[in-house]
Design a protein around this ligand. Structure first.
Ligand code: DGL
Length: 274
């Protein structure tokens, strides 16, 4: 009989923990392995080739840990590496394992969330320059207009816990105003980077009550639930003991301290480097 395995969750750093938290809420009995490539984060300003190479290494690592299914809980990796991994690498690595991203689930629902048909998208330079959001959204909601803006300062501000510092707040407000100034009917703002949910309250304060600020975690978790319901052959390959294990390419002590802050619970990670 085939060995069962956990769901792998990958991000360049700590941002994917915001997705993991939602996955655990929706799938509390499933087992998870989180891998953060913290030693090489951020990925946001890196080239296509480098993000692809790093993401593929992470995917191979998680497959080796026995994960039949991996969620790239990182928009940058989903934008720059997912398609190549799905089309070119997966057939060679494993015919029946799967790798899913966060962009498709988000664009599937974005059209239903906006009333005005004008949506703002904030992400890393890599995600925004890839044009993945406008391209994907045009498939599900062709009438919706997308206004994008890259926020290269945000991931470092978040990872270094400087986003509530007055200087951090200034950068964040400036970027939010830049995207909002692109159209006065923007009524929905997607946080298209898994790090950004920690800024949600701050951003809501900037845009005011007429604009909804959307985090991806619960959307991705809902879509994963539907995916597993539609793919019983995958669901039956997943372990269900409710465990979570963490790996990081950074020193575990550093990861544990920051990850505990993100998750509001104690974390004990193991080290893995490439
Ligand atoms: N959390 C990642 C994302 O969703 C990227 C952060 C980074 O490494 O730049 O895009």
């Amino acid at each position: 009989m085939e060995k069962l395995g956990p769901i792998g969750v990958f991000d360049s750093g700590y941002g994917g923990l915001t997705v993991l938290a939602e996955l655990r809420k929706k799938l509390p009995n499933h087992d998870f392995i989180y891998f953060g490539d913290n030693a090489r984060a951020p990925y946001g300003n890196r080239s296509f080739d480098v993000v692809y190479e790093f993401t593929l290494e992470a995917v191979k690592f998680l497959f080796n840990q026995g994960c039949p299914l991996i969620i790239l809980a990182c928009n940058t990796a989903s934008a720059k590496a997912l398609r190549t991994i799905q089309q070119k690498d997966l057939p060679q690595l494993s015919h029946h394992n799967r790798v899913l991203g966060v962009i498709r689930p988000s664009t599937e629902v974005l059209g239903e969330l906006t009333t005005s048909g004008h949506v703002g998208v904030l992400g890393t330079v890599g995600t925004i320059q890839s044009e993945s959001y406008p391209i994907e959204l045009s498939k599900f909601a062709p009438a919706v207009r997308v206004y994008q803006h890259a926020c290269p300062m945000w991931v470092p501000l978040i990872e270094n816990q400087k986003y509530e510092h007055p200087a951090g707040r200034l950068f964040i407000a400036e970027d939010v105003q830049t995207v909002m100034s692109q159209h006065d009917e923007i009524d929905t703002l997607l946080l298209a980077c898994t790090h950004y949910p920690v800024l949600k309250t701050q951003i809501e304060g900037i845009v005011g009550p007429n604009v909804q600020v959307i985090s991806q975690g619960s959307i991705v978790a809902d879509k994963l639930q539907s995916y597993l319901a539609a793919h019983p052959e995958m669901e039956k390959r997943l372990l269900r003991n409710g465990t979570v294990h963490y790996y990081t390419s950074e020193t575990p002590q550093v990861f544990n301290e920051k990850a505990s802050y993100f998750l509001q619970e104690e974390v004990a990670a193991r080290h893995h480097s490439f």
